[in-house]
Every structure is written in structure tokens, then in C-alpha cells.
Design a protein. Structure first.
Lengths: 292, 277
């Protein structure tokens, strides 16, 4: 029972990790809370669903969700972020909120407000390992998350684009003085973030075998909590915080009732903000980037 | 006046109070995304006092405002440690925790909601809204407001010139919480039914939107923002199911054209009667 819940929690946590990384890329590099990420996630789910319904294989569906969401993220960056990059933090937050209102409305009108269901034959099978039963779907979600995180790690740590991203995150002005194009880096951060959110959408669609236009708000808000717990300036903190929150949430549902899970998750987030604002992984306090 | 218009007008009054609560903390540079939490506390406490305890609405509102104000002070102290977007995220968490708390409070109906309140007139809602707006506008001409703005612009410098930044920031939180609680109490007695979902993140965001769209540097901005936020979706009804997309587009366009909001100080100066220099 306990092990089973652990596996369920890890699956949910994997999806949280991806969205938290998506929030954290934009937040850590630009100091902006992009509220439209919640809807990019939902949109990615729909694109993925459309691809699966059209009979395309899963990797293609994942790619469809990622590239669709990344394209929308580019539009958001051009209209919703660039004009406001010098404004107080609340302004870009509200302009991305505008996009999230639009995206949710469009999704409701295009796909309807009723949940879309995935037929059972996509990835049915279950594997039983001792007391634990893992569905093929859960394995896919976990595996895909691992691959995506590895890819992101490669891009951020090993490529010149990633170096530019980290340089701007460290100090935007100095990075620009050294010849890093801040505009290109911003666009890259939004695109990567969009692609991650889109992939999470496809995976959660697979996990629940259903998707609604309203899935973004609830899971998106919780992903903000995951980002905070992991540390907003250290994107890799999400790798620990995601599974942690996912497991905590599933355990709370299993042993404490489903109603108090939000209380636990957000209480945890506030405690981290107050006691360890650099996140569980962050270094010393002086390490925290000047963001405000 | 039709009941439809009356309903809209009541919504404007309640949103105005919520927006003012955000405006007050924003004047000290603290962005709160959790004021729906204070509103929920006010709504539930007022309803409990009028329905279960059986006292009249006005004293119930005052008690709820004081109680929420104390909660605001309690929240304000830890909030001192946080700034900007981090404070915004912490208050977001606070709002969601309050909502979750009422979801589990079976004594007040839990997820089933709570009812039994008596409906109130628009005049009553607007007397409260107008009184608080007036109070804020009077406050804007006081020394306290200058101190709040000093803290907003640079709290280190404000502290160096001898202002008590802690009192100002925490006090603003308490006052804002009290105003939000009044909005909640009026909301509960206007709709005569409340459920935890009424006080979610979207409600908090509505408050912030009203302030930013109306103009975040002047009190009447909250009034303009509240009017805009309630009436605009109604005027867009001819677009049927696309009206929220249109609203989102207008919101972005509005921010692009006039990010300081519809009203600001220079607008007020331009229209002010000429004064001796």
C-alpha cells in the first residue's frame, strides 16, 4: 500500500517537476511569474490528445504538444513580456494572465468544456513487481520525464545557449556587456519553458486519460508551490521538490483525506518561503539572486 | 432599475472594496495575491454571526473586520521578510490555505457551502463602499500616506530617515485585511450563499486587476477598475462564447497602451483647478 502510493506520488511528482521547471526557467532567468504557463500546459495536453486521436505514436504526440506550446510561448514573449520588461513585476504577470484568459477561452470553444476521454487501448498493460502495480502509462510518464529533464540539463549546462541563459540569470547587465543578446536569451527561455509545460500537459493527459480546459489552473498553481519549495533561482531544485510534493500530496489523500492536500502543499510552500527562501537545494542566503 | 442592473451594481461595490484592500497594501509596495482569503474570513465570520449567533449585520461586519484585521497583522509580520514576487507567491499560498481551511470546516458547511443569510439592499453595500473609498481618499492626504509611499519607493531610505517601516507595512496589511473582510461580509449577504470556491485565486487576481487597470497610484482608480471589470464582460456579451478571449485581448492592449492604469496623478493634475504655486 505504502509503496503503491509512493509510485503514484512519483508519477504526479514527475509532472509537477516539469511544470515547475517551466515556471522556474522564466522566473529564475527573468524574474517574471508567467501565469500563462498553466494554460500552455493545458494546451500542450490538447495538442497531444489531438495527435493521439489521429493515430500518431506517443513520441510524436509528445513532440506535437511541446512544439505547439513553445510556439504559443513565443507569441506570449513578443506581446506579453518584451514591452513590459522594465515595468514593475505585477505588469508582465497580468499581461500573461491576459493570455491565460484567452487561451482557456479558445480551448473551451474549440474542444468544449466537457473532459475529453482517451480510449482505454492506448497503453493499457500493467506490471506487477511484488506488492506494487505499475501501469505502462505511469512508466511512460516517469521515463519521458527523465529523458526530458536530461535533455534540458544538457541544453542548460553544455550548450552555448545554456551558458547564455545562465549568464543572464546570474547578472543580466554584465551578461549584456559581455555580448550576450538578452533578447535572444529571453526568447529561448520562454520557448524552453513552453515546451516543458506542453510536454507536462501531454503526460498528465496520458496519466488521467482525460483532459479539460480547466486543468491548468489547479495544477499550475501547485507547480508554483513546487518551484518555490525547490528554490526559484536554482532550477534543479524542482527535481527534488516535484517528487516530494507529489508524494506528500498522494500520501495526504491516502491517509488524511483529499480535502486537506492543498492546505498541506501551500503550507509547505509558505514555510519554505519564510524559513528557507533559497529553497531546499539553494546554497547560502547571499546566493539568492537579486530579483526584486 | 432592473434586478440585473442592481446585481451588477452590487458586484461593482463589492469588487471596489476588494480592490481598495489591494490598493492599500500596494501603496506600501507589497503586492498581495491572497486577499480573497481575507474576504473569505470576513464572509464566513459575518455569516456565522448573523445566522448562527443572530446579531444584526452592521456590528457583525465590524467584528469580522476587526478579526480579519488581526489575522492581517499576524500575516503581515512574516510578510516583512519577503518582497515583490516572493511576497506575492506567499500570499497566494495563504489565500489557497484559507480556501482549503473552509473546505474542511464542516461546521460551516464545508464544500457544500453555507446559507441562511438575509439579502441586503444595494444602498447598504454602496454606503459601505463609498465610506471606505472616502476614508482611503482622506487618508491619501494625510502624513501616514506619505510615509507609506516613502516605504514603497525605498524602505531602506524610509527607515534611515526615522520612519517605522515595520508598523507601516504591517499596519497596511491589517487595514487591507479588514477592508477585504467587509467586502466578504457584503458578498455573503448579497448572494445569500457562500462556498469556499467563491474565495479562490481568481478572486484575488480580480482585485489586483481592478487596481492595476483603474490606476494603482490614486484611490479612485479602484472605482474605475471595478466598474471596468464588471461592466466590460457585460458589454462584450454580443460576442457570446468568445467574450472572455476579447476581454483578455483588451486587458493586454490596455496594459500595452497605458500600463499605469486609466487614472494617474498627472491626469488628476491636468484636470485640477489652477492652484497658486
Amino acid at each position: 500500500m505504502l509503496l503503491q502510493q509512493l509510485v503514484n506520488g512519483l508519477t504526479l511528482g514527475a509532472v509537477y517537476t516539469l511544470i515547475a521547471l517551466s515556471f522556474s526557467l522564466v522566473m529564475g532567468i527573468l524574474g517574471v511569474l508567467n501565469l500563462a504557463i498553466a494554460e500552455l500546459f493545458m494546451l500542450g495536453g490538447y495538442f497531444g490528445f489531438a495527435a493521439i486521436m489521429a493515430g500518431l505514436p506517443l513520441p510524436v504526440a509528445l513532440l506535437a504538444g511541446m512544439s505547439g506550446a513553445a510556439l504559443v510561448a513565443v507569441v506570449i514573449e513578443k506581446i506579453g513580456y518584451q514591452p513590459f520588461r522594465d515595468a514593475p513585476v505585477v505588469t508582465p504577470m497580468l499581461s500573461t494572465l491576459g493570455f491565460s484568459i484567452i487561451l482557456q477561452n479558445v480551448a473551451t470553444n474549440v474542444w468544449g468544456s466537457d473532459p475529453l476521454q482517451l480510449s482505454d487501448e492506448v497503453l493499457a498493460g500493467r506490471f506487477t513487481l511484488g506488492p506494487v502495480s505499475v501501469s505502462a502509462m505511469q512508466l511512460t510518464v516517469l521515463g519521458a520525464t527523465a529523458v526530458l529533464v536530461a535533455l534540458l540539463a544538457f541544453v542548460v549546462q553544455r550548450t552555448s545557449t545554456g551558458r547564455a541563459l545562465r549568464a543572464v540569470a546570474e547578472n543580466r547587465d554584465v551578461a549584456r556587456l559581455l555580448g550576450v543578446s538578452a533578447g535572444r536569451v529571453t526568447l529561448m527561455a520562454f520557448m524552453l519553458s513552453g515546451a516543458l509545460a506542453g510536454s507536462a500537459g501531454v503526460l498528465i493527459g496520458l496519466h488521467y486519460a482525460a483532459i479539460t480546459p480547466y486543468i491548468g489552473v489547479e495544477i499550475g498553481l501547485k507547480a508554483i508551490a513546487v518551484m518555490v519549495v525547490g528554490g526559484t533561482t536554482r532550477i534543479w531544485g524542482a527535481l527534488i521538490a516535484g517528487p516530494l510534493i507529489g508524494v506528500a500530496e498522494v500520501m495526504t489523500i491516502a491517509y488524511g483525506g483529499s480535502q486537506i492536500r492543498d492546505f498541506v502543499v501551500y503550507g509547505f510552500m509558505i514555510a519554505i518561503l519564510l524559513l528557507r527562501p533559497q529553497g531546499i537545494l539553494g546554497g547560502t542566503r547571499s546566493d539568492q539572486g537579486q530579483r526584486v | 432599475m432592473s434586478t440585473y442592473c442592481a446585481g451588477l451594481l452590487a458586484d461593482v461595490g463589492i469588487l471596489l472594496l476588494g480592490a481598495l484592500s489591494v490598493y492599500i497594501t500596494l501603496a506600501t509596495g507589497q503586492l498581495s495575491l491572497g486577499n480573497a482569503g481575507f474576504m473569505g474570513i470576513g464572509a464566513y465570520l459575518t455569516s456565522y454571526l448573523t445566522v448562527t449567533v443572530g446579531i444584526p449585520l452592521t456590528p457583525a461586519l465590524v467584528i469580522a473586520a476587526v478579526a480579519a484585521g488581526i489575522v492581517g497583522l499576524i500575516v503581515g509580520f512574516p510578510a516583512l521578510r519577503l518582497k515583490g514576487i516572493y511576497l506575492a507567491m506567499a500570499t497566494l499560498g495563504f489565500g489557497e490555505m484559507v480556501r482549503s481551511f473552509f473546505l474542511n470546516l464542516d461546521a460551516m458547511g464545508g464544500s457544500g457551502g453555507f446559507h441562511g443569510m438575509h439579502h441586503i439592499s444595494n444602498d447598504y453595500i454602496w454606503s459601505w463602499a463609498a465610506a471606505i473609498l472616502l476614508l482611503v481618499m482622506i487618508l491619501e492626504h494625510s502624513q501616514i500616506w506619505l510615509e507609506m509611499r516613502a516605504v514603497c519607493h525605498d524602505d531602506t531610505a524610509a527607515g534611515l530617515v526615522g520612519l517605522n517601516t515595520t508598523t507601516i507595512k504591517v499596519g497596511a496589511f491589517g487595514f487591507a485585511a479588514a477592508v477585504a473582510a467587509i467586502a466578504g461580509g457584503l458578498f455573503a449577504h448579497h448572494h445569500v450563499y457562500i462556498e469556499p470556491g467563491n474565495f479562490n485565486f481568481e478572486r484575488s487576481i480580480d482585485f489586483v486587476l481592478a487596481v492595476i487597470l483603474g490606476g494603482s497610484t490614486v484611490g479612485p482608480g479602484a472605482l474605475v477598475g471595478a466598474l471596468l471589470l464588471v461592466l466590460l464582460p457585460e458589454y462584450l456579451r454580443f460576442l457570446a462564447e468568445w467574450r472572455f478571449a476579447a476581454f483578455g485581448t483588451l486587458l493586454i492592449a490596455m496594459l500595452l497602451v497605458r500600463r499605469q492604469g486609466i487614472l494617474d496623478r498627472s491626469l488628476f493634475r491636468a484636470f485640477a483647478l489652477r492652484r497658486p504655486a
